[in-house]
Design a binder for this molecule. Structure first.
Ligand code: NDP
Ligand code: MG
Length: 392
């Protein structure tokens, strides 16, 4: 049977890699809907190539421009706009699988809609899980969804764990997330004060979206991934460790009770975890080059330097704090990264804003997605206040 797939965030780095894998298997996958925020030209090209039933643009002016472009090209793809349309294409009864690849908390509601509707949910959008936490996992369980991690580290852990989650607590001692260390792994910590967005966005192994590239440079990406792993695999914070592995060949590891360690390896290419999520438990070609072990250079591992990457430890701090604190951390970080990219503050101030937001906002036991998103909005305003008081 052909699987009908909705790709949320199809114009992004994960979105375009997903379409690359889908295009290799026209007999297996068909695109039901695509979504983007504002990149009209790329969305137009994707619509003409994949002929989805729907294309959703969250920006109204972009939706109008896309409609005009499609009409001029004689296409019948229906263009929808706004956030409710995202939830509709994520939960539509004709859809089998949803790739959640919107960046940031903006992706939470549509990912939740797919979870509640019981879809095969391929989750790249780690911020959705960091914000949603237990409520997100409850929606997956209640809806009977199949949650497949796309983040390469979590895909690796998922592939190394036994298939039955019921045995994880007895068998798993801890997990080890690998981190590349980003562009500043060996740079003098004091010199990080004045790095530019261009330098910070220059990841050694991956071409990724702007926000995750900055998160990789601060290692807030790994902090978010620690939180993501806590929910995906139902672990205690102390069962999640991080080690730097600059070559990004070992994508993460699971250490079992007897000290045996299982790892998943592969070339650093996001099409591997994407193909894994699309086909699981089967396997399909991803387009990635296979590893050539005879030509592989040394695989090295080192500790993450807390002076260079102070933000990493905020994840464990947030996980041990009252429920909702990870939402606070994520919201502050989204605002801080945007301010850095806009030239409104320095690179080292991202950590400052995140740490101060954790001190300054105490969540009041949010017990619904609406309450979490209200907290998210409150923290964004608070972080903007902090940023406006900073001296660049
Ligand atoms: P990109 O910035 O490349 O793409 C983001 C996508 O989301 C684009 O399609 C964009 O549309 C859309 N979008 C942006 N803002 C909004 C909004 N407010 N509402 C709806 N749609 C929006 O990001 P990435 O592909 O790099 O990352 C996507 C997610 O996957 C992130 O959560 C990231 O952490 C995660 N991830 C990414 C990896 C990577 O290698 N890139 C690896 C592991 C995880 P438009 O193009 O029109 O702006
Ligand atoms: Mg990752």
């Amino acid at each position: 049977m052909t699987m009908q797939v909705t790709v949320l965030g199809s114009t992004g780095s994960i979105g375009t890699n997903t379409l690359d894998v889908v295009a290799r298997h026209p007999d297996l996958y068909r695109i039901f809907a695509l979504s983007a925020h504002s990149r009209v030209d790329l969305m137009l090209a994707q619509c003409l190539q994949f002929q989805p039933r729907y294309a959703v643009m969250t920006s109204a002016s972009a939706a109008t421009a896309l409609r005009e472009g499609l009409q001029a090209a004689g296409s019948r793809v229906e263009v929808l706009e706004g956030e409710a349309a995202l939830e509709m294409v994520a939960s539509h009864s004709d859809v089998h699988a949803v790739m959640a690849a919107i960046v940031g908390a903006a992706g939470l509601r549509p990912a939740m809609a797919a979870a509640k509707a019981g879809k095969r949910l391929m989750l790249a959008n780690k911020e959705a899980l960091v914000v949603g936490g237990q409520l997100f996992m409850d929606a997956v369980a209640d809806g009977g969804a199949t949650l497949l991690p796309i983040d390469s580290e979590h895909s690796a852990i998922f592939q190394c764990l036994p298939e039955d989650p019921a045995v994880w607590p007895q068998r798993v001692d801890h997990i080890i997330l690998t981190a590349s260390g980003g562009p500043f792994r060996t740079r003098e910590p004091a010199s990080l004060r004045d790095v530019t967005p261009q330098q910070a966005g220059n990841h050694p192994n991956f071409a990724m979206g702007r926000k995750i590239s900055i998160d990789s440079a601060t290692m807030m990406n790994k902090a978010l991934e620690v939180i993501e792993a806590r929910w995906l695999f139902n672990l205690q914070p102390e069962q999640i460790k991080v080690v730097i592995h600059p070559q990004q060949i070992v994508h993460s590891m699971v250490q079992l009770r007897d000290a045996s360690v299982l790892a998943q390896l592969g070339t650093p290419d996001m099409r591997v975890p994407i193909a894994c999520g699309l086909a699981w438990p089967e396997r399909v070609a991803s387009g990635a080059a296979p590893l050539d072990f005879a030509k592989l250079s040394a695989l090295t591992f080192e500790e993450a330097d807390a002076t260079r990457f102070p933000g990493l430890h905020l994840s464990w701090q947030a996980l041990r704090a009252p429920h909702g604190t990870t939402t606070v951390l994520n919201a502050a970080n989204e605002v801080a990264v945007a301010a850095f990219l806009d030239g409104r503050m320095r690179f080292d101030q991202i950590y400052q804003v995140n740490a101060q937001a954790l001190e300054g906002v105490q969540p009041q036991a949010p017990d619904s997605i609406d309450a979490l998103l209200a907290l998210d909005a409150e923290v964004r305003a608070y972080a903007q206040g902090l940023i406006s008081e900073l001296a660049v």
